[in-house]
Design a protein around this ligand. Sequence first.
Ligand SMILES: C[S@@+](CC[C@H](N)C(=O)[O-])C[C@H]1O[C@@H](n2cnc3c(N)ncnc32)[C@H](O)[C@@H]1O
Ligand code: SF4
Length: 406
Amino acid sequence: MFRITQYMQSLMNPTPVGPARKPPGPVVIWNLIRRCNLTCKHCYSISADTDFKGELSTDEVYTVMDDLKAFKVPVLILSGGEPLLRPDIYDVSKRAKGMGFYVGLSTNGTLITEDNIEKIAEVGYDYVGISLDGIKDTHDEFRQLKGAFDASLHAVKLCKQHGIKVGIRFTLTQNNSHELPQLLALMDEYDIDKFYLSHLNYAGRGNRNRKSDAFHLTTRKALDLLFERSWSELKQGIVREYVTGNNDADGPYLLQWAEKNVPSEVDALRQRLENWGGNSSGVNISNIDNLGNVHPDTFWWNYTLGNVRERNFSDIWSNPNDELMDGFRQHPRPVKGRCAECQYLKMCGGNTRVRAYQLTDDAWAEDPACYLSNEEIGIEDNDDDRLDMPYNDNTSAKLIPVTRQQ
Ligand SMILES: C[S@@+](CC[C@H](N)C(=O)[O-])C[C@H]1O[C@@H](n2cnc3c(N)ncnc32)[C@H](O)[C@@H]1O
Ligand code: SF4
């Protein structure tokens, strides 16, 4: 997770740069159920409205929760599928809260209504993230359900009315990027606490539909918008969180923004970004799927580290003999191609390995979705030599030079 607002605050009100913080245990994103009332075109869990057999029972979830606590996991993000379809979701959530976890609910929002909002508020979630992937028809088409946008926006309003910290989660593609300004306008209209821009990852249906990924230039413009907005809100004393995920080039890109806009603070920002270190799959981020399989993050369901029915999460996570995890733990990671030579490797960590893997079968190849040009990352090769993005052939995407952003 790349916390734009936090870095912007450090640029506006500089404080001394502290040492790198090492979280006690990984954040666990837990897909408690795979069933979903939607079938989104990008869904990494390939969820659908069917019963997926063999999911963890309530008791099994509690046993795992105890182990996670003992392993000092600080945060549980309860996800799915649609987590509100799990009959025990409130009990599971309350237990997690009672044990002292920071508990987030990751939901499509369509099932949050007047009938259950009190129950949701009662849990005391630290954060509820509701996905909105465009306005009206764009969102409904993306999520393949007419009326989904209205239902999800209604859920946002209900959460606000009940004092729940709520955020919009938006997955950027070439098909919905034009509506980003309108989605950001909703932040003002409903005083929404957080905006999370998720870059498309190549997993599940998101991999099958990877040709819809945003052009590099589109991604840059989206980030420009978030940076300007966060900066201007902070200047007005408005504190809202803008964060991104799944493309760690966002760090160096912010550094470039600071070089132009707050040059006196660039050295401090560089240090902060290096302390952050970029991609943390398999280190500070982990995933347990609906069957109890453990993965380095949510986008690696094709790679299983072990199952919590057979071994403790702590044992699975700490296994020193797993090849992929060994790579994740290395500093720097054993990335290849332009990532290996990049001047920003320390702050981006080599970006998102699953995209490289899906395109090349090599988890350590360069990430094709890095939208920084070779010139920007400090290498001499021509950009034409880069790994191609999987854009639709009928677009001119490959013809847009990534350096032509100004
Ligand atoms: C799998 S969903 C589960 C929770 C809930 N059903 C929802 O849609 O919010 C969790 C989040 O992951 C996002 N997501 C799903 N597939 C993705 C992909 N391939 N790349 C990036 N984000 C993805 C969704 O948009 C959603 O915000
Ligand atoms: S992204 Fe969420 S709402 Fe969409 S199909 Fe997947 S689990 Fe369901």
